[in-house]
Design a protein around this ligand. Structure first.
Ligand code: GMT
Length: 377
């Protein structure tokens, strides 16, 4: 199949998932055409013979205060569908991708070209941004016009149904992880340099948006440090980063907390981690937690959104209520001070990650594409 994938190119979960899906589909022989405003970050590490990237570059003009991104995206989609002879268009994140895809579809239909559109809802497009009254009618319309809709968890499906008047079925297709890439590797040199006295390493990765509640991870770490030596690695970057750096200075924790910034091979960091901490306010699935579990890291997370569908309380880690810093710290201490529990949870986390293995999930997308192509020439 010739598959177009419209996504954000950044470290955000929707872009990461879309890119990993494109890579996996290309390795199965499909031709993939990414349409995005930049090369997706997870593509940066190599050359993929069956992958093409089409950049969306809005033109500026003195009249425009804001260059018209959607218009350029629609134009780019039309061009790629026509000239690369796409069979299917898969858009990730409703805003503005689903809306732009539908407009492109209408224009193409006027030229006799039919392009089925799959929209995958990822999270904040529904739980935060999409609920904004000013965009809600557009989102509802765009979702309903998609030929197929998927959501990355049952939680997100239910949220979508309760906040938008959706008149179509939503298929739940969970996030996935490539276990060939995400596996615990021996990075002892990195471990020794990070924790020279063999302190346990706790890791958090995110895009440092408010919704991630990174400050809860830091406050919970402060409580852990009152009880035992430990190190905290914070991976990623975003709007809250400098506030978090100030907080670490204020709490005098700079010697034990490292900000690593954006890391392309996050699996290297997860490989030396003893625990993964994700205190999000909202999380439709929690791909970052799944990637940690694949690297045999127990997860202590908030009981938010779809996280309980991934992180099983008492088995693969623990869940604490949103904002319950004491609960997060106690859950971490429970694991870190109990080597048998750590070992068991490491195993359980890995076994749970296998449920979401790429090979189990990707065929669901392929089957969906095929179902939309039935009866087409
Ligand atoms: O994690 C983020 O904030 C990025 C965000 C996005 O929309 O790009 O990720 C969302 O999609 C991921 C992939 O489906 C999910 O695993 C994340 O849980 C979800 N994030 C939120 O719901 C906050």
């Amino acid at each position: 199949m010739n598959i177009g994938i419209v996504c954000y190119p950044t470290f955000g979960g929707s872009g990461v998932l879309a890119t990993e899906l494109g890579i996996a589909l290309s390795e199965k022989g499909h031709n993939i055409h990414f349409i995005s405003y930049r090369q997706p970050v997870r593509l940066e590490s190599g050359f993929h013979p069956k992958i093409n990237v089409h950049e969306v570059r809005p033109r500026n003009y003195p009249l425009f205060e804001f260059p018209p991104y959607e218009l350029t995206l629609i134009t780019k989609i039309i061009e790629v569908v026509k000239f690369e002879k796409l069979d299917i268009l898969h858009v990730h994140y409703a805003i503005p991708h689903a809306f732009s895809a539908y407009n492109a579809k209408l224009i193409l239909a006027s030229e006799g070209i039919n392009i089925p559109v799959v929209t995958t809802l990822h999270g904040t497009d529904v739980t935060l941004v999409g609920k904004d009254a000013s965009v809600e009618p557009v989102i509802t319309y765009a979702i309903n016009q998609s030929d197929a809709i998927t959501a990355v968890s049952h939680y997100l499906k239910e949220e979508t149904l309760s906040h938008f008047k959706v008149n179509k079925d939503i298929e739940v297709i969970y996030n996935f992880v490539d276990l060939k890439k995400f596996q615990k590797k021996d990075f002892n040199h990195f471990k020794i340099s990070t924790a020279p006295n063999n302190e346990p390493i706790i890791t958090h990765t995110s895009n440092f948006r408010k919704v991630k509640r990174v400050e809860d991870a830091i406050y919970a770490f402060q409580k852990i440090r009152e009880k035992m030596p430990a190190k905290l690695l914070l991976v990623g970057d975003g709007p809250e980063r400098s506030n978090m750096e100030s907080l670490c200075r204020k709490l005098k924790l700079c010697d034990d907390i490292r900000f690593l910034g954006k890391v392309n091979s996050v699996e290297d960091v997860l490989s030396i981690s003893d625990l993964f901490l994700l205190p999000s306010e909202s999380e439709s699935f929690g791909l970052a937690a799944l990637e940690a579990m694949a690297c045999e890291c127990p997860v202590v997370s908030s009981n938010a959104g779809g996280l309980p569908e991934v992180n099983i309380n008492g088995e693969t880690g623990f869940l604490a209520e949103i904002g319950d810093i004491e609960g997060l710290a106690n859950a971490c201490l429970n694991i870190l001070t109990n080597p048998e529990l750590t070992q068991q949870m490491r195993k359980n986390a890995f076994e749970r990650a296998k449920v979401f293995e790429l090979a189990n999930i990707m065929p669901k997308y392929e089957a969906l594409y095929e179902s939309l192509l039935v009866g087409q020439d």
